[in-house]
Design a protein around this ligand. Structure first.
Ligand code: BV8
Ligand code: ZN
Length: 229
């Protein structure tokens, strides 16, 4: 059984990581277009670097919750038959024990050189950091996919959506594309589709089945059901 799981900010909510929508469009006091777009970065690089520095620093104060742990357990059972795609830029899936995590919107703990494009693991504050260690000249930017930019690993993801028997969306509002369109692609190729979310998402009607509640409760129960039918 080939499974594709897509996670969003809702899976990290019980870990204490704020979601986008719960902030009523204001993200930690900022308008998304001011901090999560190339134009916003160009207009005020310091504001944007500080915004991501704060979120990177916050990682030290949060930990994985039972939903992340459940998906790591599922990977141990399914191995390569599971593709875990996340829209999240935190490292909670990895800290829960997941080894293969496809970060389609990039990662807080990675830097991208604006000049040579080199991506490098990064810790600490990027504001005031030295230039790229590879080309020695370019400034570093957060290695995250902003609005208007192309998500990472799209070919690999679409291949998995074509092949999968089951597509499960966990903790995402279904508001941002192309991730929000994955359920339709999987369904078109014959997969069963399941939504696990606190409330009905914007795309809930695309799913064969939807269960609403906290990921920390729903995910371990769903994994158990799948592994011990
Ligand atoms: C692209 C990284 C071309 C940065 C992010 C007009 C119409 C349609 C589309 C567009 C349009 N105009 C522009 C577009 C495209 C645009 C888009 O979709 N805009 C939207 C706003 C309309 N998309 C893009 O620009 C993307 N690029 O399209 O390139 C392309 C297309 C295809 C192929 C190649 C190229 C790039 C978008 C990426 C932006 N970057 N993040 C950072 O993190 O700082 S987006 C960010 O918001 C997240 O990564 C995530 O993807 C997105 C939505 O967040 P969610 O994860 O869903 O979180 P949210 O808060 O919204 O929802 C949380 C859910 O959890 C809620 O439903 C809640 O009920 C639930 N929940 C809460 N607590 C719990 C819970 N569930 C369970 N348990 C709980 N305890
Ligand atoms: Zn460089």
């Amino acid at each position: 059984m080939k499974v594709v799981v897509l996670t969003g900010a809702g899976i990290s909510a019980e870990s204490g990581v704020p979601t986008f929508r719960d902030a009523d469009g204001l993200w930690e006091g900022h308008r998304v277009e001011d901090v999560a777009t190339p134009e916003g970065f160009l207009a005020d690089p310091e504001l944007v670097l500080r915004f991501y520095d704060e979120r990177r620093a916050a990682l030290a104060h949060v930990g994985p919750n039972p939903a992340h742990v459940g998906l790591a357990a599922l990977e141990r059972v399914l191995g390569d038959d599971l593709m875990l795609v996340t829209q999240n830029i935190d490292d909670l899936h990895e800290r829960a024990g997941s080894h293969r995590v496809v970060h389609m919107h990039g990662e807080l703990l990675s830097s991208l050189c604006v000049r040579c494009g080199r991506r490098t693991p990064f810790q600490g504050d990027m504001l005031g950091a030295p230039p790229c260690g590879s080309c020695g000249k370019g400034d570093l930017r957060p290695d995250v996919v902003w609005f208007g930019e192309i998500p990472y690993h799209m070919d690999e993801i679409v291949d998995a959506l074509v092949e999968c028997d089951l597509f499960v969306s966990i903790g995402t509002s279904g508001a941002v594309y192309p991730a929000a369109g994955f359920v339709q692609q999987a369904r078109a190729y014959g997969a069963r589709t399941l939504e696990l979310n606190l409330v009905a998402s914007e795309g809930t009607h695309f799913f064969h089945e939807a269960r609403h509640g906290r990921a920390g409760d729903l995910v371990p129960r769903w994994v158990d059901e799948l592994v011990n039918p």
